[in-house]
Design a protein around this ligand. Structure first.
Ligand SMILES: Nc1nc2c(ncn2[C@@H]2O[C@H](COP(=O)(O)OP(=O)(O)OP(=O)(O)O)[C@@H](O)[C@H]2O)c(=O)[nH]1
Length: 205
């Protein structure tokens, strides 16, 4: 069984939880109370292969045992970095996160295990209030070697689902996930790390 760990990162209120919940339940939940970080688990089939997906949803508020961005980056095989197209400051945050992911994986890149990063401009339905141009998103994606999507968690399940499915497929083929599979002892210490970093709080949908 393939195990894929995906972290959904980005500034406050950009729609991280909305995207995850939309993917897992097909529903858009307008107000989502999240006072702690959590990991959602889902079994899915991609290209006929069974995958155990772990989706990490951080909490923007200070909370007990909160993991650092560095820990989140080391934990994950793949990333969805989200910003809100109607909020320029969220794009600045997304830019910093993409650069940090690439900096931290510089050493790993030498081992051909660069992380898969998808950059998502969310809230496309608010394009009448747009503060971040589509071409700016595309430019950041090119610079950071990311795939780029503009979509709306509020309006379109299909695009959200396709984006996550593609990420899981790409992450499962990436060097980082393969390297973990080659080293069974590594998965033990990784499980320990997850518990240390995130506590035992996990949810299945
Ligand atoms: N118009 C619109 N609103 C959205 C969309 N996605 C999320 N929202 C709204 O944006 C707000 C924040 O959404 P969340 O999913 O809680 O965002 P988050 O990034 O998880 O927030 P924190 O965990 O607090 O950082 C909520 O009011 C959502 O209803 C979208 O695609 N379009």
């Amino acid at each position: 069984m393939n195990e894929i760990k995906v972290a959904v990162l980005g500034g406050e209120g950009v729609g991280k939880s909305a995207l995850i919940v939309r993917f897992l339940t097909r529903r858009f939940i307008g107000e989502y109370a999240s006072s702690s970080e959590c990991i959602y688990r889902k079994r899915m089939s991609v290209d006929g292969r069974q995958m155990n997906l772990e989706l990490y949803d951080p909490c923007s508020q200070p909370c007990e045992g909160k993991s650092t961005l560095n820990e989140q980056i080391h934990w994950a095989d793949g990333f969805v970095v989200v910003y809100d197209i109607s909020d320029r400051s969220s794009f600045i945050t997304a830019t910093a996160i993409v650069h940090l992911i690439r900096e931290l994986s510089l050493g790993a890149a030498k081992r051909e295990s660069e992380s898969v990063v998808f950059l998502v401009g969310n809230k496309q339905d608010l394009c009448h209030m747009r503060e971040v141009g589509k071409e700016e998103g595309q430019r950041l994606a090119t610079d950071g070697r990311c795939q780029f999507f503009e979509l709306s968690a509020a309006e379109c399940y299909q695009e959200v689902s396709l984006m996550f499915t593609k990420l899981v497929r790409n992450a499962s083929l990436s060097g980082k996930a393969k390297e973990r599979r080659r080293r069974p002892s590594g998965s033990k210490s990784m499980a320990k790390l997850i518990n240390n970093v995130f506590g035992k709080r996990r949810k299945s949908v």
